[in-house]
Write a protein that binds this ligand. Structure first.
Ligand code: 13P
Length: 248
């Protein structure tokens, strides 16, 4: 009942030349059996939407909580949508860290994204210190209640579990650890929003997903796809991850 989602977060990587990778990806997956989302830098969004065609969706990596105004350098959710985005990543740990984004900020941005008709891909995840102190589930619970707005549905919300210590490190939690957190997120969504909505929200795992580990991760219950950083930059790396999700 939940359509699987392979999402790529290009972060601050890529100029116009990188669109060739998106073109190759679109050519390799003309009729994908899963949803595919690529979130390039905002400078590429408009061109990426054109190159991606109908089979691949494009999204932003952040948005402002307001619809317009005196916020130099920021982009509103409506602007992302106007450039071709259908989704936006919010509350990524790199933004929480680099820009001191708090749960309240993420929630306000998510509300703005949903009001503009975008899917909010809200990221949660613990640091290594928090995991070692056995605080993972408490941290996730706090991030979820603080960052996820009330008006969400299975259509406008995706939750991405990204343990900070697994991002860009090549370290991946065990399948049991991934399963524990995903089950916990699912249970909390069901408790807060009811079973219907709670069961319809897609949950992504993110953090060092590669062609070699994707199939195992996608076999974990309540993992509905992945949010992929480094391995989404090249079509040759992302394509087998999409294929693994299609056959999961
Ligand atoms: P990596 O796949 O490079 O570890 O990045 C994960 C991530 O942060 C995606 O948002």
């Amino acid at each position: 009942m939940r359509r699987k989602l392979a999402a790529g977060n290009w972060k601050m990587n890529g100029t116009g030349a990188a669109l060739a990778e998106l073109e190759a990806l679109a050519a390799a997956h003309p009729a994908p059996g899963v949803d595919i989302l690529i979130c390039p830098p905002a400078t590429l969004l408009h061109r990426a939407a054109e190159v991606a065609g109908d089979a691949i969706a494009v999204g932003g990596q952040d948005c402002h909580a307001n619809a317009s105004g005196a916020h130099t350098g920021d982009l509103s959710a409506g602007m992302l949508r106007d450039a071709g985005a259908t989704a936006v990543i919010l509350g990524h740990s790199e933004r929480r860290e680099d820009h001191d984004e708090r749960n309240d900020d993420v929630r306000a941005k998510a509300r703005a994204a949903m009001e503009a008709g975008l899917i909010a891909v809200i990221c949660v995840g613990e640091s290594l210190e928090q995991r070692e102190a056995a605080n993972t589930l408490d941290i996730i619970a706090g991030q979820m209640s603080g960052s996820i707005p009330d008006q969400c549905t299975g259509e406008n919300l995706v939750v991405a579990y990204e343990p900070i210590w697994a991002i860009g490190t090549g370290k991946v939690p065990t399948l049991e650890q991934i399963g524990e957190v995903h089950d916990f997120i699912r249970a909390r969504l069901e408790r807060r929003f009811g079973e219907g909505v709670g069961r319809s929200v897609r949950l992504l795992y993110g953090g060092s997903v590669k062609p070699g580990n994707a199939a195992d991760i996608f076999g974990v219950p309540n993992v509905d796809g992945a949010l992929v950083g480094g391995a989404s930059l090249k079509a040759d790396d992302f394509s087998p991850i999409i294929a693994a999700l299609e056959s999961a």
